[in-house]
Design a binder for this molecule. Structure first.
Ligand code: 5GP
Length: 135
């Protein structure tokens, strides 16, 4: 059972921002910036790819609404939505969650974007492979 399952079960308190039948939003206990929010599905999927279509749709419906309220309440005009999957991708709580992180007073998510030029030949093969998997 993850810490988020315990929050969902009411066993651990949180600063609740929004709840419907499928999702819960609450303030992160160690915020990067004021208003740093977590939006989670009630379905206990570990990573985003494991989420059911219904839970994914509910997250998709709630996410912009929660972003709007967090931005309005904090006064932020820029923000990041971050979603980590797997320990190597900095996931620490193994229950799907979306971070909504306002950019405020010089506090914001740091991103090391180590991009490289793409290999067009390899990308042609890879794109075909992924597209085939997507049907
Ligand atoms: P991850 O690295 O898995 O993407 O982020 C997990 C987030 O959950 C972290 O930002 C961490 O501060 C937050 N978190 C962990 N435990 C609790 C808790 O008990 N309550 C709340 N509100 N947030 C938590």
């Amino acid at each position: 059972m993850t810490i988020f399952s315990k929050i969902l079960a009411g066993q651990i308190p949180c600063h609740k921002l929004y709840e419907d039948a499928h999702v819960l939003a609450f303030l992160d206990i160690k915020p990067i910036a004021r208003g740093h929010t977590l939006l989670i599905p009630k379905e206990p999927a570990v990573t985003l790819d494991a989420l059911s279509d219904d839970a994914a749709a509910a997250i998709g419906r709630a996410l912009p609404k929660v972003c709007r309220a967090v931005m309005k309440a904090t006064g932020a005009t820029s923000y990041n939505v971050l979603q980590n999957n797997g320990a190597a991708a900095h996931q620490a709580v193994f229950h799907v969650h979306f971070h909504i992180i306002p950019v405020l007073e010089g506090r914001q998510l740091g991103i090391a974007w180590d991009a490289a030029a793409s290999d067009q030949a390899l990308d042609t093969v890879l794109a075909r492979q992924i597209a085939t998997l997507l049907g």
